[in-house]
Design a protein around this ligand. Sequence first.
Ligand code: ATP
Ligand code: MG
Length: 413
Amino acid sequence: MRLQPVRGTRDILADEAARHRRVMETARGVALRYGYAEISTPIFEFTEVFQRTLGETSDVVTKEMYTFVDRGGDSITLRPEGTAGVARALISGGLSQNLPLKCYYEGPMFRYERPQKGRYRQFHQIGVELLGPGDPHADVEVIVLAAHILEELGLTGKTVLELNSLGDSESRSRYGDVLVSYFRDHESALSHDSKVRLERNPLRILDSKDEGDRKIVANAPLFEESFNQASTDFFAGVCAGLDSLEVAYKVNRRLVRGLDYYCHTAFEFVTNELGAQGAVIAGGRYDGLVEIMGGQPTPGTGWAGGIERLALLLDGAPAARRPIAIIPVGEAGEEPATRIANELRHAGYTVELGYRGNVGRRMKRANKLNARAAVFLGEDELARGEAKVRDLDSGEEVDVSLSGLARALEKYR
Ligand code: ATP
Ligand code: MG
């Protein structure tokens, strides 16, 4: 039996789990304040949910999906991202009767990628989707929501918001033609993958990670050179909305999104602290998605953030609650210890009970856990209906009646 975790997967323990939890709780808390309700879609879907929507030629579909045939013969895929599942839920759950749909999600995603720091095969995302409104205010709202989460995590100073527009579908298809003729002129220097992309989906070349491709892309025409008036106005609306809320951003005319369903707004919050894994939150507008899936045309905008990457940026572990240690002194204390621990936990205290060993050993454990106070249960005290409470910061000790214990510990909560 191979006992190591599968490549690209990890166990998330203790302090790291606490940082993940902090990212999720902060994100969920902020999202709720903006009126986004939690949604939890299945971790696997029929393969076509992703294949059709993410684009047959996208990296995710061609190289990164975990796809298998289940025992019933259906092709199933572990979700590589959250948006397609939400759009599927909107259609299959009849939620389009009740727009706007504003939702927040969190959970694992799966992509067969080359593992490195901040890049895993099972990773975790938080994300929001806003379906219904098709105007720039909606994009501004989801971006501001992301910025707000970063602010509450203390990460505003470590990240920069990069913003671009891909234009509407008319502009994009005009741009596609311009782009094809540009890349044709440089075809011999393109990577093999990009030669294929040139035939099947030239926009994809813009997102290539190949060094040689990137040099050619650096001089490629820009989206905005092909914009119609509507696309120009939309982008101006997003910028104006962010300006009025004083959310800082940098226009990056080279920013593209890796998936097929995006239009207009594209954005990423990036950091320079995680090497090549610089994007911590990324998203944009995806007006065509629901229709591609067979639903009523429904505009949408949203983003997803990588929990591992956000957690890596957090300083230290969040302060854990300091427990109260219950320490039986000799045989007589054992039974009451379990009972008193139970009572205190029901009263809302965090309580540690040493499982065995003498007082010295249990005190060592209490100190290791940074306990705030210790409650000693010795034979003499118990006979008087009391316990000895020691403040582990000051060393001060007092005898307290068992019936008043919960109240006496109040200051150590
Ligand atoms: P990258 O360019 O880093 O591959 P992406 O464009 O593929 O990112 P998205 O599909 O936009 O990523 O996912 C949103 C966020 O999810 C990313 O900004 C990142 O924080 C996180 N993410 C994506 N793939 C991974 C992964 N394999 N491991 C950890 N986090 C990831
Ligand atoms: Mg990727």
